[in-house]
Design a protein around this ligand. Structure first.
Ligand SMILES: [Zn+2]
Length: 95
């Protein structure tokens, strides 16, 4: 992926806080679901689909480090990841 820059200022400190929460939710669901395909294509599909279905939560690293739990809607994330897992299982892109 190309560097994110504006006027040579590096934007790598700005990121979508929901990404970490979605990763944690996917891993939790894999723990509960032995049947789910764990190939790279399916994992990437679940990750991208989940993030596309919810509003982004872009923040700067130094704010997120303070109190990330307050900014993340874990109920929404759990539900969204569960829906994405079901959708990818029904229509997988892997060979
Ligand atoms: Zn797969």
């Amino acid at each position: 992926m190309p560097d994110k820059r504006v006027l040579s200022h590096d934007l790598e400190n700005v990121y979508n806080l929901n990404e970490d929460a979605v990763i944690a939710a996917i891993e939790k669901h894999f723990g509960d679901d032995e049947e789910a395909c764990r190939c790279g294509v399916c994992i990437e599909d679940i990750f991208a689909l989940s993030l596309n279905k919810m509003p982004a939560k872009y923040i700067q690293n130094y704010f997120g480090a303070r109190d990330p739990e307050r900014l993340v809607d874990n109920v929404l994330i759990e539900r969204t990841v569960r829906d994405a897992l079901a959708q990818v299982a029904k229509h997988p892109h892997h060979d």
